[in-house]
Design a protein around this ligand. Structure first.
Ligand SMILES: [Zn+2]
Length: 176
């Protein structure tokens, strides 16, 4: 019961942040774009600080870093994906996001008792289409899977495998 109340209040908190993705406009002057990034970076740091404060208030002991599973994610963020930190060692901008300007990583509370709940996480497939994969799939596993899927896509296009074989392979590689 306590855990349930705890989660509901956390969800409310995250919803209240309501941060949406801001895309840089290609046509803007570079300086204006840099300004945008800077603004967004300040906002990212502000959100991270608010999160940290909230974790402490809710007695969250451990947090987990969540990167974005798509082609735009850099190695720094990718390598930190699903890393678990104790709240005491959380250092925003050092071992905890934002790791760089325009970083899209976030953190979530890490609850040991809930690790077998079979949760899913959002990702992109080889076409950039939105999909859900196992919550345990790390960025590096996802990247490897997408690489394999793209190789099989070529085999499909060359007529070496059937659509059915490709679909099966893709599902197996993504664990869906
Ligand atoms: Zn990042």
């Amino acid at each position: 019961m306590r855990l349930w109340v705890f989660n509901v209040s956390l969800i409310k908190f995250f919803k209240s942040l309501g941060i949406s993705e801001k895309k840089p406009d290609e046509n803007l002057e570079l300086s204006k774009r840099e300004e945008d990034f800077k603004e967004r970076d300040d906002l990212n740091i502000e959100v991270a600080k608010r999160r940290e404060k909230n974790y402490k208030e809710l007695d969250v002991e451990k947090i987990q870093i969540v990167a974005t599973l798509d082609d735009c994610t850099c190695d720094i963020c990718g390598n930190n994906d699903l890393k678990i930190l104790s709240i005491d060692e959380n250092q925003i901008g050092v071992n905890s996001p934002p790791f760089h300007l325009n970083c899209r990583c976030t953190t979530v509370p890490y609850i040991e008792d809930m690790q077998d709940w079979g949760g899913m996480r959002a990702a992109r497939d080889e076409n950039g289409k939105h999909i859900n994969v196992s919550g345990k799939m790390t960025y590096s596993k996802w990247k490897k899977a997408i690489g394999q899927i793209r190789k099989h896509k070529i085999l499909l296009e060359q007529g070496n495998i059937t659509q059915e074989e490709f679909d099966k392979k893709k599902k197996r590689l993504l664990g869906i």
